[in-house]
Design a protein around this ligand. Structure first.
Ligand code: HEC
Length: 126
């Protein structure tokens, strides 16, 4: 094996990590300080996965609500409001305030927690 190929192999794992870190940084910026890692723990704590499939969250296989696997791409939140960081945080904190007919319950998520949760949702998935 040539030295150059060895070097490439050594760099591969680094390359594999870069997109994730870039996504996390983007998500932190979009949410003005949300931390995806903290959000991940909070998503488990609030039990969002009992109703949603959420990438990267063990046991998050619920089918009551839609899969939360492409929030970076989709144009609307719950089909009713434009997908902006503020709208998404508002949804997570108080879904009925956004759509009074929604089946998603108000889980008493604080503003601070919603920021971290949304940072995770923007960083995860496709
Ligand atoms: C009891 C079931 C339930 C729980 C628990 C729940 N959700 Fe939901 N969620 C729903 C349902 C049902 C919808 C679809 C709402 C609609 O379209 O009106 C939804 C929609 C959403 C959406 C919009 C998805 C989209 O594709 O636009 C997001 C984001 C979301 N939930 C995040 C969360 C987060 C974060 C938690 C935990 C803090 C959570 N949900 C907990 C039932 C739940």
């Amino acid at each position: 094996m040539t030295a150059r190929r060895l070097l490439l192999l050594a760099l591969l794992p680094l390359g594999a990590c870069t997109p994730d870190r870039a996504r996390e940084e983007t998500a932190a910026r979009l949410t003005r300080g949300g931390n995806p890692e903290t959000g991940k723990a909070l998503i488990r704590q609030y039990g969002c996965g009992s109703c949603h499939v959420i990438p990267g969250i063990p046991g998050a296989t619920g089918g009551v609500g839609p899969a939360l696997d492409r929030l970076r791409q989709q144009p609307y939140v719950a089909g009713v409001t434009l997908n902006t960081p503020d709208h998404l945080m508002r949804w997570v904190q108080d879904p009925q305030a956004v759509d009074s007919l929604t089946a998603m319950p108000d889980l008493d998520v604080s503003q601070r927690d919603a920021r971290h949760i949304v940072a995770y949702l923007y960083a995860a998935g496709r």
